[in-house]
Structure formats: structure tokens, C-alpha cells
Write a protein that binds this ligand. Structure first.
Ligand SMILES: *Cc1c(COP(=O)(O)O)cnc(C)c1O
Length: 282
């Protein structure tokens, strides 16, 4: 579904991938579409790794549950606060039966037939399958609306979503790094696609924000987005995405489509942290 909205005097279209389904939504539903919709008769277990609050981790726990597979997930460390008070993605992934391991993932296990090994954040070539479908949905919507040219914007982590969306879109896809800098993001693109001509366009943010850290302006814009458009965005990627997008009004020279990539389960823990830090004097 795409909604037409207005934010700070800009008309903007929002692709609501957060509404794809309750359990399996956002860009992780696109990225893991291939795994959900194929049979893997030999597979018994998913192994992956990353942070203990990752949206990808939660989505993989749902995938494993739907498939009847085990799910082993490796984190470098687990904060004792989270261990004692499970919340957000971590809590719901545990509820889905995730086996959490603190330590290094054993790369050898990726060669076993019974194991589906998935890179951190779902940075996998198979993500292309689901993202091609997203590109096709956008094209169909564009044609229905009679829109000739579009700018597409979405914030990036691994950049997998933006990369494959650009690969299958005739319109320009713009993105901005939320994890690391633009150099890091470029490297992420190159790991999946050598042909730089089909990479998305990276918008360099005017301010460096560290992933997972709290910023007053991020909380303020998140509240404002909700107030003006009635849409809850994610608190990790979207505030930085919107702040950077709004610094670049040229992107609005064409109709602009913002991809809502889901991630709302992660808001539970982020919102608590934000409220504790800023609510009294926002
Ligand atoms: C995972 C995620 C991203 C980043 O996606 P990449 O494909 O890694 O760039 C952005 N927004 C939300 C809400 C996410 O959950």
C-alpha cells in the first residue's frame, strides 16, 4: 500500500511495508521472502549473528518458527540489563524459540547441508528475489497514478534493500548510511554487486549519528512524523533518514516515495530509552 501524505509542506508518498503482515513485515519480509517461499528439505536450522536487538534477528526467529527449524543466533555480547529484562526484538525472538549464544559464530557450520547460514542483517544475494517484487509493486502503483518519474528514498543499514531495489527500478533510489559512513556503505554494496553503475545514490548526511545512540533531534522528528502523518516510524533508521532527506529538498523536484521498512517491534525498547532521556523537556 502507498499513502499520499504531507510533511512540513512537502508532499510525499509512503510505501507502507510496515503493514505487510503482523509478524513478518518491513524490509526483512522482502529480504527473507526467498527463504519463506522455497522448500529446503535438508535444512533443520538457521544460524546467524549480529546485535541482540536486531530486527533481522527477530524476523529470522519468525521464519524459523514458521518452517519448524531451530534458530541459533550469535551475539558478541549481551548487556546484563537486557538479559535480566528481555524486551523488544530480543524478547520476542526468545519467545519464538531462538537459541542465543554469546560468542563467535563457527563459520564451518555454514557448510553443513542441514544449516541455512544467514549473514548479519540478511546481507544475502537471495534478498534480490523479494526486492524485485517490491520494485514491481512500485512500478505498478506508479503507472496507476500516472506518475512518470519518481525519486525513491530509504535509509540503509547493510544497504541490501536499497541496492536491489535500485537494480530493479528505472527510477533513482537514494539512500543514506545509518551504520558507518558512506565509504562503509559503498563497500557493502560492492560485496553484493560489482557493477557500480547500478548502485543507489548515497546522500551524505550533514551530521554523523552513531547507530543506536539517542539524539534529541531524532526523537523530535519521530514525534513530529507521527503527529503530522499519523504514521509510526522506526526509531533506529528512520529519524536519521528523514533528517537527511529533509536537508535535500532537491529530491522533491520529482514525486518522492519513502519506503517504510518496518522495524516497529524494536521501538519498544528504543522508546523507553528515549522517554527516560528526553520526555521531561522535549
Ligand atoms: C533492517 C532495517 C533497515 C536496513 O536495511 P538494509 O537492507 O540492511 O539496508 C532499515 N530500516 C529498518 C526499519 C530495518 O529494520
Amino acid at each position: 500500500m502507498v499513502q499520499k501524505k504531507q510533511f512540513q509542506n512537502q508532499i510525499i508518498y509512503i510505501k507502507r511495508d510496515d503493514l505487510l503482515s503482523n509478524d513478518f513485515s518491513g524490509n526483512k519480509a522482502r529480504k527473507f521472502y526467498y527463504y519463506l517461499n522455497h522448500d529446503f528439505p535438508k535444512v533443520k536450522k538457521i544460524i546467524s549473528y549480529g546485535s541482540a536487538q536486531s530486527n533481522a534477528m527477530y524476523s529470522l526467529s519468525v521464519l524459523a518458527k514458521l518452517k519448524g527449524w531451530e534458530f541459533d543466533y550469535y551475539v558478541a555480547h549481551l548487556a546484563s540489563y537486557l538479559e535480566e529484562n528481555p524486551e523488544g526484538n530480543y524478547r520476542y525472538a526468545l519467545d519464538n524459540g531462538m537459541n542465543l549464544h554469546v560468542g563467535q559464530v563457527n563459520a564451518m557450520s555454514s557448510n553443513e547441508e542441514s544449516v541455512l547460514y544467514i549473514e548479519e542483517g540478511g546481507r544475502e544475494i537471495y534478498a534480490e528475489v523479494g526486492l524485485k517484487i517490491l520494485a514491481e509493486e512500485i512500478l505498478e502503483w506508479k503507472q496507476e497514478q500516472g506518475i512518470e518519474e519518481l525519486n525513491i528514498f530509504l535509509p540503509a543499514g547493510t544497504g541490501t534493500t536499497a541496492l536491489y531495489l535500485q537494480k530493479h527500478s528505472i527510477d533513482k533510489v537514494f539512500t543514506t548510511p545509518c551504520v558507518g559512513n558512506s565509504h562503509y556503505l559503498k563497500e557493502q554494496f560492492l560485496m553484493l554487486e560489482k557493477d557500480e553503475k547500478i548502485h543507489p545514490t548515497i546522500i551524505i548526511p550533514s551530521k554523523k549519528r552513531h547507530f543506536g545512540k539517542l539524539y534529541r533531534e531524532s526523537y523530535v522528528i519521530w514525534l513530529e512524523l507521527q503527529k503530522q502523518m499519523g504514521i509510526e516510524f522506526d526509531l533506529l533508521y528512520d529519524p536519521h533518514g528523514w533528517l537527511t532527506l529533509l536537508e535535500n529538498p532537491k529530491l522533491f523536484d520529482k514525486p518522492l516515495l519513502y519506503i517504510h521498512q518496518g522495524g516497529l517491534i524494536g521501538n519498544e525498547s528504543m522508546l523507553k530509552r528515549y522517554k527516560r532521556k528526553y520526555d521531561e523537556n522535549i
